[in-house]
Design a protein around this ligand. Sequence first.
Ligand code: PFF
Length: 461
Amino acid sequence: MNNNKFKSSFGFLMAAVGSAVGVGNLWGFPYKMGANGGFAFLLCYILCVVIGFVLMTGELTIGRHGGKGVVENYRLTGKRNGWIGVLAALAVLFITGFCCTLTAYCMKYFLANLGTLLHAGWGINGGDALAYWNAFLSNGMEAALLTLLSVAITMVILFKGTSGIEKFCKYAMPLLVLLLLIVIGRSLSLPGSSAGLAFMFKPDWSVFQGTGWITIFARAGGQAFFSLSLGMAIMITYGAYLDKTENIEKNAALICVFDTLVALLAGVAIFPAVFAFGHEPAGGTSLLFVTLQTVFNDMGMIGAFFGCIFYLLAVIAELTSLVSLFEPPVAFITDMAASKGKSISRAKLVIGVSIFNLATGVLVAFDALGQGGLLQPLGFCWMDFFDLFSEGLLMPIGALAMTLILGWKLGPKWMEAELTQEGNAWRTKNFYMICLKYIAPPFILLVFAGQVSNFFNLGWF
Ligand code: PFF
């Protein structure tokens, strides 16, 4: 796999930031920040990102040390550690299908606004956004076809290995930021937009009262881990493609900073416009596909233009995450075959992994967020199930195991040997080891409890 290295620092950084920036930044962070104490939440979130930095550095280090797929990389930290890689690989497989479907939803709304702009019958043309969303959800076939399109695009990018990922992300990420800045310009220039800024940033310290701070940390931590694509085999796989001359610590810090900045920018793009038109703040799919589409409708014809720009940037954010989600199983199976003395062509593997992801994506598309009828009598939503299983369960277990192995078993010497390759310095060593050994493990357990409580409505905090 060593001939599959990233060719430039910028290319690697854009690929990793591209993985981190996704719908989590667009619909997750801004709403959670506004609804959970504004600036007070932001401060907690930044502390969680510091833990995220510790985990990210650990994953990139394990990846570059092994230089292989996730399972083999873990095995190279200790013969019996392969299972952690298996968990991470499974987490990726479970999460990818629904990410493909979400990409399909963003594509649909890009087309809906493009249609309006072109005065075509297939545009949304100022129609009621909630009715449009429900009609689209009930049409599983359309969502499934767009899911197929998102899988096909990802597949084409991946055929060329890291050079495909790097080329795509090198252009896509700066374009995404440019599009975001255009939407921010429009949003902030609307009369009444300051209420949106107040929603996001006004500090509400009362959220910390009593045991409230535990809830806030559990929420902020879950959001930070998901947003940074941690515990999913991704940074370990990308780390394996990283040149020994690269400074892992610096790259991990930059990924964390960029991801947080984009999440903040997304909020500044979205909420001022939502409040300027007198709508209620929301999170999740209803923010992205109902509230925001209503805002674009309210803006008139120019709204269709901004709608196109916004949903295009959402598609880009998702595609750069999708390539990172498809790659770990490809790398892992390549390794597995190699260990048995076999070699499978990359093209065949990419197609195989794509077919699997398409199958789970289509399942989610027809399930229509639990409204579509598949297992509906059980009150079951496939997307929530996949999310809980990977993000809520496999990810924290894997992340916890990693901190214990790196912090308590291998220790600073092992990490230092990899981090200081080619004369690089490890500046945060003491601080890093304290976080890794004593702060990260209980913190991951807290996030884990928060996810379980949230999913099963247990109201623990
Ligand atoms: N980090 C992405 C987001 O914030 O939307 C989503 C994601 C991508 C999560 C890749 C996990 C992952 F492995």
